[in-house]
Design a protein around this ligand. Structure first.
Ligand code: 6PG
Length: 468
């Protein structure tokens, strides 16, 4: 009997996902050029698992049931193309290749086209949840040929995380839809991580609150209906971690220079291309970039001093902070989801944002209880251009507006950078403004470049000889 599924790349993610499939009684075969990895896959298998590891491409392909379902979990970029190249001569019409990495979505569109010429279906699928997710239930975001998805569906639904019995995987759309959705997922991930970091900075450096109290606060947030979420949960855990080498908390010994693999940057870059404003994500990318200039920051910190203290009722302030974080978090998701709405039209993905909200409720890094509310909002109105226009969410945000403004004021007066908080409020204020000062921009363009402008009281295009 042939195997149900094949995996190329037996790093932690590939191996864990295969073991997860084997747990659900699928027979799986893994390919890795590293003989040790291929062998260790079989060693890790339990008795009931039907698992095989190999280093031979031809044997691997021949072992899989037709039409073949093969996933690649190799580093994004050239390795994906070279693996596809090595598989191609052994594949047949109707076979399916799924790229499970964080590939750049235009690469996926190119690969879909190239393989379609050979009648092979190519899928780009975002997988979120890290190593543990892969082993015990990730959120999966597949895009590609709808009909071909049926071959993958039972396997993916079995291994995905479940929320109220519903699997956190859905067919999302054609072409690179899956990679695009995962890219924006990561953009939102960047912004929420930065919001949590800013919250910590405001309390720790700004208000001199003890770590223990901050950790308790995040714990309380995670245990509340509104803020229950993976990123808040792990932030509380992180603050609690002792350093094994000293008697300090580990967080104080970790370098503040951040790294990034690029998905956040791609989200912002593409958002600009399709004119989908996502300033909270842009700023989160910017803040990681600023963090790299450590030496310049040290120099600047010696030039510019700002010592300020704030007398406030801490417990009352922490209540407001909770509302402020909720406000910023919702408004951040709103930007990312609006980007998906625009991208879906731009690239003909046919995205269903109710489904996206549904599969982000569990398994992924940005899973949070509020996703259920987004799902309801999109169920009411599948074409909702922006979550800020949903009446139920609006009622929530309205009641928390003053809190975020007060938190922001506190941060500014203390000299603590609240970049994502700040830009989130500006985005909100711009989005809710019937009138923006862009009339002045139009006038300036016409003044120095005769670029013309439109009027609000009559039709047509106008130009003024301003200097006369
Ligand atoms: C996930 C994560 C995952 C990975 C990021 C990290 O959803 O499981 O997003 O994909 O951790 O690629 O991204 P950076 O290295 O850019 O922070």
């Amino acid at each position: 009997k042939k195997f149900d599924f094949g995996m190329v790349g037996l790093g932690v993610m590939g191996r864990n996902l295969l073991l997860n499939m084997a747990d659900h009684d699928f027979s799986v075969v893994g390919l890795d050029l590293d003989a040790e990895k291929a062998a260790s896959l079989e060693q890790e298998a339990q008795e009931k698992h039907q698992i095989k590891g190999t280093t031979d491409v031809k044997e691997f392909v021949n072992l899989i049931e037709k039409p073949r379902a093969i996933m690649l979990l190799v580093p994004a970029g050239k390795p994906v193309d070279s693996v596809i190249g090595s598989l191609l001569e052994h594949l047949e019409e109707g076979d399916i290749v799924v790229d499970g990495g964080n590939s750049y979505f235009p690469d996926t569109d190119r690969r879909v086209k190239e393989l379609a010429e050979k009648n092979i279906h190519f899928f780009g699928m975002g997988i979120s949840g890290g190593e543990k997710g892969a082993r015990f239930g990730p959120s999966m975001m597949p895009g590609g040929d709808k009909g071909a998805y049926e071959r993958l569906r039972p396997i993916f639904e079995a291994v995905a995380a479940k929320v109220d019995g519903e699997p956190c995987v859905s067919y999302l759309g054609s072409g690179s839809a899956g990679n695009y959705v995962k890219m924006v997922h990561n953009g939102i991930e960047y912004a929420i991580m930065q919001l949590l970091a800013e919250t910590y900075d405001l309390l720790n450096r700004g208000l001199k609150v003890q770590d223990k109290r901050i950790q308790k606060l995040f714990d309380q947030w995670n245990n509340s209906k509104e803020l229950e979420s993976y990123l808040v949960e792990i932030t509380a855990d992180i603050l609690n971690q002792d350093d094994p080498l000293t008697d300090k908390k580990l967080i104080h010994l970790i370098s503040d220079t951040a790294k990034a693999k690029g998905t956040g940057k791609w989200t912002s870059q593409n958002a600009m291309d399709i004119q989908a404003p996502v300033p909270s994500i842009d700023l989160a990318v910017n803040m990681r970039d600023i963090s790299k200039y450590k030496e310049e920051r040290i120099s600047a910190s010696n030039i510019y001093n700002w010592e300020a203290q704030k007398d406030l009722d801490l417990e009352a302030f922490l209540e407001k902070l909770k509302d402020a974080f909720y406000f910023a978090m919702i408004t951040t998701y709103a930007q990312g989801m609006a980007q998906l709405h625009i991208a879906s039209k731009e690239y003909n993905y046919g995205l269903d944002l109710e489904e996206v909200s549904k599969i982000w409720r569990g398994g992924c890094i940005i899973r949070a209880s509020v996703l259920e509310n987004f799902r309801k909002a999109y169920r009411k109105n599948p074409e909702l251009p922006n979550l800020l226009l949903d009446k139920d969410l609006a009622a929530d945000l309205n009641s928390k507006q003053s809190a975020i403004r007060e938190v922001l004021n506190t941060g500014i007066s203390l000299g603590i950078p609240l970049s994502v908080y700040g830009t989130t409020v500006s985005y909100f204020d711009a989005y809710r403004s019937e009138i923006l000062p862009t009339n002045l921009i139009q006038a300036q363009r016409d003044y120095f470049g005769s670029h013309s402008y439109e009027r609000i009281d009559r039709e047509g295009t106008f130009h003024t000889e301003w200097e006369d």
